[in-house]
Design a protein around this ligand. Sequence first.
Ligand code: BEZ
Length: 265
Amino acid sequence: MCSTIKSGTKAYMGLYPEGSTDGGLRLGNIVPDFAMDTTQGKFDSFHEWKKGKWAILFGHPADFTPVCTTEIGRLALKYDKLFEMGCLVATLSVDSVKSHKKWLEDVVAHCENKIEIKFPIIGDQDRSISVAYGMIDPGNLDEQKLPLTIRAVFIINPENKLMLSLNYPACVGRNMDEIVRCVEALQLSYEKSIATPANWPNNHADIAMPDGTRTNEFKGSVFLLPTVSAEEAAERYPGYHSCSVPSGKNYLRLVKKDEVESAAV
Ligand code: BEZ
């Protein structure tokens, strides 16, 4: 009989404390709640706004700046896909909501894809949200010009826990494909005992089989976690392939994405 060790991103992240011991925000923590004034109106609680859904909180340094203008435009192009994945989006800077609304006219014009900005942009003028999320150091709270909020991405699960964060400096614009890829990887691995390889889904496009032939059929496949025993692997993922390595250890166990999606756990 199989021993069922709970694994996957949800279980793994549950091993971390819901609140950090030193006040810093880390993966696995419940993210700080806040009231928000946005381009779509005022909301008493971020947690209530995203209730039961995945969400991306996306901090940008400032309105009327070039990189941010392209980032919001490119994020808008991903909005419908993220929404279909059950993932809401909210962005934020330390500018006022009035400034955001004026700036969005430029964002839409510059993007040239006839975009609609369907997500709210939060005005964090007192910098309290930026400080709570570590996007600005509390030591900079009173400096109302520079430095500004870093380019931060927080991907938050339906239970309001931080699952993934990305931090970029002002001079490096983010890649929206990577952000969507992260949400896809988190959702695929959320309740299944798998992990996505480097560069997934562009991975293992050409691998050796035991009979010496090569195959592309495992392109985009994922790894079984080490918590899955050999018996469990054979029972739940009968199509898995173990890559041969000099150590002889069977830890590089590939499973096709379709098989993961249809597996019970
Ligand atoms: C920008 O979005 O282009 C930007 C914002 C703040 C500092 C530097 C660049």
